[in-house]
Design a protein around this ligand. Structure first.
Ligand SMILES: C[S@@+](CC[C@H](N)C(=O)[O-])C[C@H]1O[C@@H](n2cnc3c(N)ncnc32)[C@H](O)[C@@H]1O
Length: 253
């Protein structure tokens, strides 16, 4: 594919991931994927390891695993790849072609994952999916089942109730989180850790927590100000930005 042809094809797609395709072409994703990558602490080298990326969407993390030397990478998705909800599979297909990647793909929902269906993997990426699930524990059981003995599962997720120390989860039955009906539960960090232990991971490491309102006083004030404006229109907690953020866990089978 010539540069101009690739540029045109990239411009026609609604991207989630920001992927450097080389030749000076970077996909205009909503997600700051390189920044998220730093937060995840994926092992620098993945040589000889098999990697499963659940909810891969445009595939940034699958292609990164391949770049880090993984022997085999399987990207799976359903919701985004269907093309009728949010996004499509076009970005994944185009990026795979542009990168001459050998990442495999399988259209399968997280609720259907099993060793019989896809096998087991040394490293499992479960990024940005947990809070979208109606049955988070049931799906985490499936995620554990496709993580090989001694394997590593990297979980990145939205978190809520950061002030609560004991395991807990917030419930958003009617789109209370960002008016998005696909958001169901916001575990707190202790809750997410406990859920991973409950489904059979033997050790869970807390790699990072980033508060929505973290970083600077200005960012905090902006976040609280925006929440206050929204709370006038709907029943929203003004201090939610202090309670919410993102979490990364490394869970070992
Ligand atoms: C926020 S995106 C995260 C994409 C990618 N893993 C990342 O971290 O950038 C959520 C992903 O979860 C998938 N997903 C799986 N089950 C879902 C569901 N029930 N509702 C919404 N998204 C779901 C979507 O297709 C999408 O790929």
């Amino acid at each position: 594919m010539h540069d101009e042809e690739l540029r045109k094809a990239v411009a026609e797609i609604e991207w989630w991931h920001t992927i450097d395709l080389g030749r000076g072409i970077v996909t205009p994703g909503k997600d700051n994927s390189p920044e998220k990558l730093r937060f995840l602490r994926i092992p620098e080298r993945l040589d000889d390891r098999s990697v499963l990326d659940i909810g891969a969407w445009d595939g940034f993390f699958s292609f990164e695993a391949e770049r880090r030397g993984a022997a085999r990478v399987l990207a799976t998705d359903s919701f985004a790849w269907e093309g009728t909800n949010v996004g499509s599979k076009e970005g994944f297909e185009l990026a795979r072609r542009a990168l001459s990647s050998k990442v495999e793909d399988r259209h399968i929902d997280p609720t259907e994952l099993s060793p019989e269906a896809i096998g087991t993997f040394d490293v499992v990426l479960f990024l940005g999916v947990l809070y979208h699930l109606r049955d988070p524990l049931g799906v985490l059981e499936r995620v554990a089942s496709v993580t090989a003995p001694g394997g590593l599962c990297i979980v990145e997720t939205f978190v809520d109730l950061l002030h609560v120390r004991q395991p807990a989860a917030a419930f958003y039955p009617f789109g209370e989180l960002n008016d998005d009906p696909t958001n169901w539960f916001g575990f707190n960090p202790a809750g997410a850790e406990a859920a991973l232990r409950a489904v059979g991971f033997s050790r869970v490491e807390r790699v990072g927590v980033a508060r929505d309102a973290g970083g600077s006083v200005r960012r905090l004030l902006t976040a609280v100000g925006m929440a206050a404006a929204r709370s006038k229109r709907r029943d929203r907690p003004v201090l939610a930005p202090l309670e919410r953020g993102r979490l990364v866990l490394h869970a070992y089978k």
